[in-house]
Design a protein around this ligand. Structure first.
Ligand code: PGA
Length: 252
């Protein structure tokens, strides 16, 4: 089966309104109907509505819009949170869930991540669910154990696993300039796909897109994206520069 690659830009907490809308315009200018991968951008919450308007105004441009997180309940007394229906309301198509920064800095556990993925699926959002080991875990030889545990937590008991996009992001490679070797990343992606096969069958496993994230740049993207089980990239730092990001899109 051929899987359409997906390149997602995670803008993190970097750009305000003006910078987000101009970056969205610059990215969209480089995308047209012939662009091979699906392209998604994830601005800060406060810029989502404006970026959605920019993207809507650009006829024939199909750039997806992602939030960087969501709450697992749709509504209620949850001060400061944002839910799947609200994200859909402002024009989001995707949502990043379980990013390692959320796990490490904001208390997202495997269980919370599962509930967030479930909330995205209940709505019409495509969750981009992140898994990945820390440097300590890697050095202790625990990479697969950790990644597959995180995957099991996400993928077990969900009603529509086939709508999930997975992202393997080794924590030690995020924002460090230290990218995983393409063959090492491929091994982990292969193991993830095999586990999806066990959990959800061949068709889901073959259709599921598994992105790599962690210091993806224009000059290392082609090597990673040519691996058979790497179906795209979740790009942080390099997604803040339209020409770098579009070069990664072109490499897919
Ligand atoms: P990076 O971030 O590309 O800056 O390493 C990736 C991510 O955090 O998703």
């Amino acid at each position: 089966m051929t899987r359409r690659p997906l390149i997602a830009g995670n803008w993190k907490l970097q750009n305000g309104l003006d910078a987000s809308t101009s970056l969205a315009r610059a990215v969209a200018a480089g995308i047209d109907a012939s662009t091979k991968p699906e392209v998604v951008i994830a601005p800060v919450f406060t810029a989502l509505a404006s970026v959605a308007t920019v993207l809507r105004e650009l006829e024939g441009k199909t750039v997806g819009l992602a939030a960087q997180d969501l709450h697992w309940e749709d509504k209620g007394a949850f001060t400061g949170e944002v839910s799947a229906p609200l994200l859909t309301d402002v024009g989001c198509t995707h949502v990043i869930v379980g990013h390692s920064e959320r796990r490490q800095l904001f208390g997202d556990t495997d269980e919370r991540v599962r509930r967030k993925v479930e909330a995205a699926l209940r709505g019409v959002l495509t969750p981009i669910a992140c898994v990945g080991e820390t440097l300590e875990e890697r050095e202790a030889g625990l990479t697969l154990e950790v990644v597959l545990r995180q995957l099991d937590a996400i993928a077990t008991n969900l009603h529509d696993v086939s709508r999930i996009v997975l992202a393997y992001e080794p924590v030690w490679a995020i924002g460090t300039g230290r990218v995983a070797k393409a063959e090492d990343a491929q091994d982990v992606h292969h193991a993830i796909r095999n586990r999806v096969r066990e959990l959800a069958g061949d068709a889901v496993a073959e259709g599921m897109r598994i992105l790599y994230g962690g210091s993806v740049k224009a000059d290392n993207a082609a090597g990673l994206l040519s691996q058979p089980d790497i179906d795209g990239a979740l790009v942080g730092g390099a997604s803040l520069d339209a020409s770098q990001f579009l070069a990664i899109v072109a490499a897919a």
